[in-house]
Design a protein around this ligand. Structure first.
Ligand code: FE2
Length: 433
């Protein structure tokens, strides 16, 4: 007798009528009409069962801090960074932990079971690192948290004596200390350094740090409308030089939106050759970029369809939820996928499925998650959606009817069905054709 069998599921790859057999936290078999018995049997009636959502880019140390100590009046990236600088000295470990745990509750309820979060290392106390390492341990039974050492104020630009005059170590030393503490990935922010040359130098230093330690790299890279911000070129070159292919990601890459087409025709093959992946953050890019434009106003999101066409892995991240940069959001990666789809005009059938992959399989690959997917041997981490396929899931921001982690039910939601009281019309609608 097995633990769980899910019957008559549609899968994201298009298969329908599939049963999924689960035992001891793993998927044992997948196929039509499996002749197996289980203690718990759930007939999902043809609805979509998906591996969980994965967020490739987030800031859990800032999430749910909206309004502290004030709101971002201009809505710009730079005011957000300044605001975070005002908030940072007032933070306590307990407050960061509490907010982060609360966000992880939201994530699980949305079927989001893996998050790569950047954590600010430009702090002599490394308070957020300590807090999020604690959160990582505490949520591990139900959510995979991957931490990126993120020097928010620039690894070369930030002087720790600004915050603690008695501090004797550099921003790089603080970042190294965070990695010693157990932070998983090396981050960076080359476009925020003082000069283009400093930006390039920061990429070199940080990639070498990652190479020495055998770690992955994920940099905030070129999050600007400046078409001359070309740190992704350096990131690709350093990835190639140090043999880090498959372990390096460029986040945002918004300058690519504004770059000269000829230059991009050289750049994208360089990224492909180096094995650098990309993460766009549609909700944030569409609200933060183009702020200096009148009209026409640029969208600012990186060139997602072109990167995908070149064979580069592209994921979508949420980036922010109710923090100094963004006052909205609810851990809903289908909202992220929907925004990415619209901003990139990815409305073809395959393109829409690519948008679903950008919040599931692709970020799982970028994070290097083990046992992700719906196949024998994979973890039984599964989400039952109130939709019949990935496109419908995006269209409806489908409710997560059930969420399983290692075969155990960890969240459930009601369907999106509405009751009608209209003479001569049906008494309910479920928004499906
Ligand atoms: Fe970010």
């Amino acid at each position: 007798m097995h633990a769980l069998i899910i019957r008559n599921a549609a899968l994201p790859d298009g298969r329908t009528g599939q049963d999924i057999l689960v035992d001891q936290g793993h998927i044992v078999a997948v196929g039509p009409a499996l002749a197996a018995q289980a203690a718990d049997s759930v007939d999902v009636g043809g609805l979509l069962v998906s591996p969980p959502f994965v967020d490739a880019h987030f800031h859990l140390d800032a999430a749910l801090s909206y309004g502290l100590p004030r709101v971002n009046a201009s809505g710009t990236l730079l005011e957000g960074i300044a605001l975070w600088g005002e908030l940072k000295p007032t933070l306590t470990r307990e407050a960061i932990v509490e907010r982060a745990l609360r966000y992880c509750d939201w994530a699980v309820a949305r079927g989001l079971l893996a998050v790569r979060t950047h954590v600010d290392t430009c702090d002599p106390r490394l308070l957020a690192c300590e807090a999020l390492l604690e959160v990582k341990r505490r949520v591990a039974p139900y959510l995979d948290l991957q931490l990126v050492a993120f020097p928010q104020d620039g690894i070369l630009r930030y002087d720790p004596r600004r915050d603690d005059p008695s501090c004797t170590v550099s921003a790089l030393a603080l970042l190294q200390r965070s990695l010693d503490m157990g932070v998983d990935v090396v981050g960076g922010i080359p476009h925020f350094e003082r000069t283009m040359a400093d930006g390039a130098e920061s990429v070199r230093l940080l990639c070498e740090e990652a190479a020495r330690r055998g770690l992955r790299v994920d940099m905030h890279c070129d999050e600007t409308d400046d078409p001359m911000s070309r740190h992704i070129e350096t990131l690709a070159a350093q990835t190639h030089r140090l043999g880090l292919g498959g372990r390096v990601n460029g986040s945002h890459l918004t300058s690519m939106h504004s770059m000269d087409n000829y230059y991009v025709s050289k750049l994208i093959p360089l990224m492909r050759e180096a094995g650098v992946s990309a993460v766009a953050n549609p909700l944030i890019n569409i609200t933060i970029q183009g702020r200096h434009d009148t009209y026409p106003k640029r969208r600012g999101m990186t060139r997602v369809p072109e990167l995908l066409a070149a064979g580069i892995d592209v994921a979508f991240g949420h980036d922010c939820v109710m923090d100094p940069w963004y006052s909205l959001g609810s851990a809903d990666m289908l909202e992220v996928a929907a925004m990415g789809l619209h901003v990139a005009q990815m409305t073809g059938q395959q393109a829409m499925r690519d948008c679903y992959r950008a919040v599931t399989e692709t970020p799982a690959k970028i994070l290097g998650l083990d046992g992700y997917g719906i196949a024998p041997g994979c973890h039984a981490d599964l989400v039952l959606l109130g939709a019949r396929d990935p496109v419908e899931a995006i269209r409806l921001r489908a409710p997560r009817l059930k969420v399983w982690r290692r075969g155990r039910l960890v969240a459930q939601s009601a369907s999106a069905e509405a009751q009608l009281v209209l003479p001569g019309r049906p008494d309910r609608v479920d928004f499906m054709l």
